[in-house]
Write a protein that binds this ligand. Structure first.
Ligand SMILES: NC(=O)c1ccc[n+]([C@@H]2O[C@H](COP(=O)([O-])OP(=O)(O)OC[C@H]3O[C@@H](n4cnc5c(N)ncnc54)[C@H](O)[C@@H]3O)[C@@H](O)[C@H]2O)c1
Length: 350
């Protein structure tokens, strides 16, 4: 039995969470898209694992399938690949009623979504997330983008999918490190909104279940429905990310996103205790949880280095940064922080 989370944002769509869904992709997409062709976008790793299965399912549902494969990794989320992809769609004659299908992790999803948002001013868009991170985070909510030399995700659009099919069977082939990246986001959801979810988490393998993914998607759905365009409550999803992005940047992306977010959450919770925003129990439980998932809690970078890198973050609005601060497990608040205070804040959390 599949679980379904209904999202009602600028588009209404289902997020289906279950097993064996790759084989059913064609018929399930047919129910929401009456076009004749689909552009199936994936990366080389995912293509080798699931490309044929999905292509067969889409063809069996009567679609002409045009497949576009990118090399795996963040380096592929570029304006160059975006232009190649939309040009490919044009060459293959995709029309307005057709759709782009993203089969892969957040890199494939973000690139495909931006192409779908802009090609012919918007065509159909379907997400088939195959990483835990994409399942609980990037495939839901409609943020799409590619990276610019000046920074990550700087060229993008808000564009909701018509359908998300999350097949938990695909997580069996994920390397442990990639699974852990998704777990950092799951820990984040527990911290910002759901103490009960936090209490259910034990280790990476048992976090990739339908019920935990469903709960994370519900939290993301609620936040996105309240603030689709990231003006207020959606910022809560950045818990650990403002410092995390700085750690990621300073490590020249040698540290994975999930590890960087874990370090970011740890720094923020330690600082929050020192500054009197939350209690020691909250700190100890979060730090223990991060460690239980095999994720890091410390960094060798200095407060000055981190604060400088945080100032370059795109989420900074003028002279202030919205820091997400834990109040207790299951509840975080947005605290507008002056950039002059950033270094001392980070120093308190190292
Ligand atoms: N749009 C959003 O709201 C949002 C939110 C969070 C992150 N993101 C973006 O998501 C990206 C990170 O996503 P990601 O962590 O999924 O990275 P990714 O897409 O690079 O995937 C990680 C690696 O796992 C491989 N992989 C994917 N599925 C697999 C499977 N089932 N089995 C084996 N290997 C598999 C990929 O080939 C890749 O090498 C970043 O670009 C980030 O900016 C977007």
């Amino acid at each position: 039995m599949s679980e379904i989370v209904k999202v009602s944002a600028s588009k209404c769509y289902d997020v289906v969470i279950g097993r064996g869904l790759m084989n059913e992709a064609g018929e399930r997409i047919r129910a929401v898209n009456s076009g004749s062709a689909l552009c199936l976008v994936t990366d080389d790793t995912v293509d080798a694992l699931y490309g044929e299965m999905v292509e067969n399912s889409l063809s069996a549902a009567g679609y002409r399938v045009e497949k576009f494969v990118i090399p795996h990794g963040e380096e592929s989320k570029t304006p160059e690949n975006y232009l190649k992809l939309v040009s490919f769609m044009a060459e293959k004659g995709l029309s307005g009623g057709d759709a782009a299908v993203a089969l892969g992790g957040g890199v494939v999803g973000d690139l495909t979504g931006f192409a779908a948002a802009t090609y012919r001013r918007g065509i159909g868009f379907i997400q088939l997330p195959t990483t835990l991170l994409a399942a609980v985070d990037s495939s839901v909510g409609g943020k799409t983008a590619v990276d610019l030399p000046a920074g990550k995700n700087l060229l993008g659009a808000f564009y909701q999918p018509e359908l998300v099919l999350c097949d938990c069977d695909t997580f069996k082939t994920l390397p442990l490190e990639t699974l852990r990246d998704g777990c950092a986001e799951i820990i984040k959801y527990g911290m910002i909104k759901d103490a009960e979810l936090f209490g259910r988490l034990t280790d990476p393998e048992s976090a990739a279940t339908e019920s935990i993914i469903r709960r994370c998607v519900e939290i993301k759905r609620d936040v996105v429905e309240a603030d689709e365009r990231d003006k207020g409550e959606r910022k809560l999803l950045n818990f650990g990310h403002t410092v995390g992005h700085a750690v990621e940047l300073l490590s020249n992306f040698s540290l994975t996103h999930g590890s960087a977010v874990a370090v970011g959450m740890a720094i923020v919770v330690r600082a929050s205790v020192k500054l009197g925003y939350c209690g020691e129990e909250c700190r100890d439980r979060l730090i223990d949880m991060i460690k239980a998932f095999g994720l890091p809690t410390q960094t060798e970078f200095t407060a000055a280095q981190l604060a400088k890198a945080m100032m370059a973050d795109k989420k900074r609005a003028g002279s202030v940064v919205d820091m997400i601060i834990p109040d207790k497990i299951g509840c975080c608040v947005i605290k507008r922080t002056n950039v002059d205070e950033l270094e001392s804040f980070v120093a308190a959390g190292l």
